[in-house]
Design a protein around this ligand. Structure first.
Ligand code: HEC
Ligand code: HEC
Length: 324
């Protein structure tokens, strides 16, 4: 299949999933309204509809779909290959036994903010909570409300396939001690609201850095090489330099070109993006409003350019297996 078809395909899947979720949601609301009857006034119903709409937006902006979805929305089962072994992102549908249906809102917020499960054990940073910790409380709450409206799936848990010492969850505490800081995204008062929104989209929700920033030997993204690209991204793939460096990054792209890319996958040279980025677009960026795409582009273009010549550094990668 062509890249365009792939992107269209992933959009269609999302649309179908959205329709299912919407239908379910409408039914839930109808049930709640029916039950509550005269006790429930219309403004409460409208507020919850707004909350779910907000949650749906955060859900797609944050790209939760990609890692947690194989055939059923957010039911897990899709392998995530990393240099440390293979992770199986779990079922996070509202199923009470196999998903997170029995979690309180606070349990959910703690998972995203602190990288801890309800028993207080550490999550592996393959779950991008080092980015999500920067989300606002309101965004997390809306996201929780939306997730709870998805169809519950009884897909069981598949253990991660990690060699020792990475198989030891308490080991993650050492990683976190030196490299993880929890807390909401700090607004920079010297920058415009648009810049701040773009930074929030890129760092707290979009987790662009998880793929586009090279990592140190313990898998921590290197802040001094922020978004400068790497030869060894997810699945061992090359991920390009997206700092505004004119020779090795995207410094020659206009703001409009960057927005077009994030909306359609089309690059300034007329070719379409492929592989993981097509998926990021299909399951996340394409859902963003024009204002948000604009903020994201403004933020990316304001970054310090970093010269990182991947053509010279990386061995050619065979991408032919991607569409199998
Ligand atoms: C890059 C892949 C990736 C993305 C994107 C991702 N997750 Fe996950 N998620 C994982 C992995 C891997 C784990 C398992 C971590 C572990 O076992 O320590 C996980 C675990 C979780 C858990 C804990 C479930 C449990 O049973 O303990 C929750 C909740 C969760 N993710 C929600 C989300 C939400 C909400 C989003 C979007 C904001 C999201 N994830 C995006 C990979 C991802
Ligand atoms: C799951 C990994 C992943 C994530 C997350 C990700 N990207 Fe990418 N991105 C890639 C890969 C792989 C490519 C190379 C694909 C190609 O050659 O077209 C790429 C390509 C790009 C390009 C094209 C650069 C060029 O020179 O052709 C841009 C721009 C870009 N990404 C921006 C972003 C932004 C902005 C975000 C966050 C919203 C983001 N990416 C998140 C993996 C990712």
């Amino acid at each position: 299949m062509t890249v365009k078809e792939f992107i269209r395909g992933s959009q269609n899947i999302i649309m179908n999933k959205l329709q299912i979720a919407k239908l379910f949601r409408t039914k839930c609301l109808a049930a709640v309204l029916g039950l509550a009857g005269c006790f429930c006034n219309m403004s409460v119903a409208l507020a919850s509809e707004d909350l779910l709409e907000h949650g749906r937006y955060v859900f797609y902006a944050a790209g939760c779909v990609s890692c947690h979805t194989r055939d059923q929305l957010m039911a897990g089962g899709r392998p995530l290959v990393s240099p440390f072994g293979t992770f199986y992102p779990p079922n996070v549908t509202p199923h009470r036994e196999y998903g997170i249906g029995a979690w309180s809102e606070e349990d959910f917020l703690r998972a995203l903010r602190e990288g801890l499960n309800p028993q207080g054990e550490h999550y592996y940073p393959a779950f991008p909570y080092p980015s999500y910790t920067r989300m606002t409380r309101q965004d997390m709450q809306a996201l929780y409300a939306y997730l709870m409206t998805l169809p519950a799936s009884s897909r069981g848990i598949q253990p991660h396939d990690l060699p020792w010492p990475f198989s030891s969850r308490p080991m993650v505490a050492y990683w976190k001690a030196g490299r993880f800081t929890s807390g909401e995204f700090p607004t920079d008062p010297d920058k415009s609201p648009q810049w701040n929104r773009g930074a929030y989209l890129a760092d707290a929700l979009g987790h662009c850095s998880e793929c586009h920033t090279p990592r140190d030997y313990l898998g921590t993204p290197r802040r001094d090489r922020y978004l400068a690209g790497t030869c060894t991204g997810p699945d061992g793939r090359r991920v390009p330099n997206i700092t505004p460096d004119r020779d090795t990054g995207i410094g020659h792209w206009t703001c409009e070109a960057l927005m077009t890319f994030l909306k359609t996958g089309k690059k300034p040279d007329g070719s379409y993006t492929d592989s993981l980025m097509a998926e990021v677009l299909g399951t996340s960026c394409m859902q963003l409003t024009r204002d948000d795409l604009h903020s994201l582009a403004i933020y990316l273009q304001s970054l310090p350019p970093i010269h990182n010549d991947l053509d010279a550094l990386c061995a050619p990668f065979d991408d032919s297996s991607f569409y199998d």
